[in-house]
Design a protein around this ligand. Structure first.
Ligand code: ADP
Ligand code: MG
Length: 563
């Protein structure tokens, strides 16, 4: 069995193909959505999902979120006394989702399709695969999130469709144009911003609240700093509340003090105007890159939790003059699509074969030396060979000439990126060819790039005069991971214990109660405290039947203390 995973910045989900359809799998707490949050509990064990999320507030030093944004970077994240890489943190999430499926189906799981933003670059893709490997999963395929969404909407079963997928998640914004014809689903273009998401809307509200507090003059700058995590938590709640209501009002509690905060929907829409502006540019870019005009689109899909904000459908409707499709739960579409792809991969008979083609998300080219009008040489200039959003597999050739007299060789350095200056692009590898010594510009080589869907780039240089060929295979998407690094990671992760699965429901209630204790004051806080003590006592008794019954009751009682 191959499972389908939406490894999100904010939330992750897992789905399997069962009885001819995509079925989401619940986590131990009975939810489809597992927050992409990792923590270290008081006994030094790894804890994942919503209990970890509850501790973002109570134990900020032992908890970490939004690390997908760092994927592909060299960042080291400190959490309790551990130092972890983004891919290692991601592996904890993947491992839990894998175990959720195993617990539910009783089958061993070792393969997965994992979705990634369409414009994730090669390093980010590579690290996502590594995260899978660290979690004991062979990553059968990385699937672009928008393609997954289109699969979930069943658009692969229709014909001649132009589709635009608008995905606003927690930390990423992704626009893709897909085309479906003759059983082929093709990503025509993708654009986006991996630094823009629902989180930024939360931050805008947090900033507004902070200004409110500062304006009231009741709280010192240090006090404000201390309140930051609480302000963020309030802002998140306000944002979600405003998706279905017109005004949010609440109290912030710090020590013995209470501060009133509030925001109206109009105000919210006002303060996120610049964010809305930033959402438009990638849409225009994607349409422009594939020369499709807005009125040619047959479907506009809204996915990602951020699209639940009414301003987003408003913006999209206004931009396209057509209503977007949001019939599927925007949080679930991608995971559902991933399981459909998993079924395709394993050639499940209940699903008709479709072919997915891809585009290369970034431009591939080589470094050249150019001369200016006044014959000065400029080094380090990028010469594109395969332009971004070209459909792959593809093969392109360009001719280059020697620049120096008596030049003996040409060193081809391959880069990926959009900048004219290679320094700003990502170096992928190279190949060197010898040429006969002659005057500058006399010798030439044809450089051919052949790029396939597995992320393999074949670079071939043909010395035109001699017919001599030299080629090099550059892996841009596949693991050419440093084995030492991998085994080091594996060793580190194996030495860590995870919070036992059986007790996760109890822990989850206790962590939540502790969060509510901090969020409330006075009599309410006192009552929450008593619930904590009572339930801890029951848990210690070890009487499973009783624990289950009390847990349900305590959990329900806690609801009234949620702000
Ligand atoms: P990701 O793909 O990054 O994991 P999701 O698609 O799960 O993210 O979306 C998470 C984002 O959606 C968060 O910023 C969250 O605040 C936002 N979100 C979820 N529900 C709502 C809602 N009802 N209204 C507004 N925003 C929401
Ligand atoms: Mg997402």
């Amino acid at each position: 069995m191959i499972i389908g995973i939406d490894l999100g910045t904010t939330n992750s989900l897992v789905s399997i193909w069962q009885d001819g359809k995509s079925t989401l799998i619940e986590n131990p707490l009975g939810d489809f959505v597992t927050p992409s949050v990792v923590g270290v509990d008081d006994d030094g064990r790894i804890i994942v999902g919503s209990p970890a999320k509850d501790r973002l507030l109570t134990h900020p030093d032992r908890t970490v979120a939004i690390f997908k944004r760092l994927m592909g970077s060299n960042a080291s994240i400190k959490i309790a006394d551990l130092v972890l890489k983004p891919q290692e943190l991601s592996s904890f999430i993947l491992k839990q989702l894998k175990e959720d499926v195993e617990a539910q189906t009783g089958e061993k799981v070792s393969e997965a399709v994992i979705t990634v933003p369409a414009y994730f670059n090669d390093t980010q893709r590579k690290m996502t695969k590594l995260a899978g490997r660290l979690a004991g999963l062979k990553v059968e395929r990385l699937l672009n999130e928008p393609t997954a969404a289109a699969l979930a909407y069943g658009l692969h079963e229709k014909s001649d469709n132009e589709i635009l997928v608008f995905d606003l998640g927690g930390g990423t914004f992704d626009v893709s144009v897909l085309e479906m014809f003759d059983g082929i689903m093709e990503v025509r273009a993708s654009a986006g911003n991996n630094r823009l998401g629902g989180e930024d809307f939360t931050r805008a509200i947090a900033q507004y609240f902070t200004e409110q507090l500062r304006h009231d003059g009741l709280i010192s700058p240090e006090g404000l700093k201390k309140l930051e995590p609480k302000v963020m938590a309030e802002a998140e709640r306000a944002k979600i509340f405003l998706s279905t209501n017109h005004e949010y009002e609440s109290q912030l509690i710090e020590g013995q003090n209470q501060f009133a905060i509030s925001i109206k929907r109009d105000k919210f829409e006002n303060i996120c105007e610049s964010l809305l502006g930033q959402l438009q540019q990638p849409i225009l870019q994607a349409l422009n890159d594939c020369s499709i005009s807005a009125n040619q689109l047959d479907h506009i899909l809204l996915v990602g939790g951020g699209t639940r904000m009414p301003i987003i459908s408003k913006l999209v409707t206004k931009m396209f003059g057509a209503f977007p499709n949001k019939t599927l739960d925007p949080d679930q579409a991608i995971a559902k699509g991933a399981a459909i792809q998993a079924a395709l991969k394993s050639h499940d008979e209940s699903i008709e074969e479709i072919v997915l083609t891809d585009v290369c998300p970034y431009t591939l080219g080589i470094e050249v030396v150019t001369d200016t009008y006044d014959s000065k040489l400029v080094q380090g200039v990028f010469s594109p060979i395969i332009e971004r959003n070209s459909t792959i597999p593809t093969s392109k050739v360009q001719t280059y000439y020697t620049v120096y007299d008596n030049q003996e060789s040409i060193n081809i350095k391959v880069f990926q990126g959009e900048s004219r200056n290679t320094e700003n692009n990502i170096y992928l590898g190279g190949v060197s060819v010898n040429v006969a010594q002659a005057s500058a510009g006399d010798q030439s080589i044809d450089v051919r790039f052949s790029y396939d869907t597995n992320g393999l780039l074949e670079v071939e240089a043909l010395v035109v005069k001699t017919g001599e060929r030299k080629s090099s295979l550059i892996t841009t998407g596949e693991d050419e991971l440093n084995d030492e690094q991998v085994s080091e990671s594996l060793k580190k992760l194996q030495s860590l214990k995870t919070h036992p699965r059986e007790s996760i429901e109890n822990t989850s209630v206790l962590y939540r109660a502790n969060r509510l204790y901090e969020q409330n004051i006075g009599e309410k806080r006192e009552l929450v405290g008593r619930l904590v003590d009572y339930f801890s006592g029951i848990v210690e008794s070890g009487d499973d039947e009783k624990i289950k019954e009390v847990r349900a009751r305590v959990s329900q009682e806690l609801d009234q203390y949620e702000l």
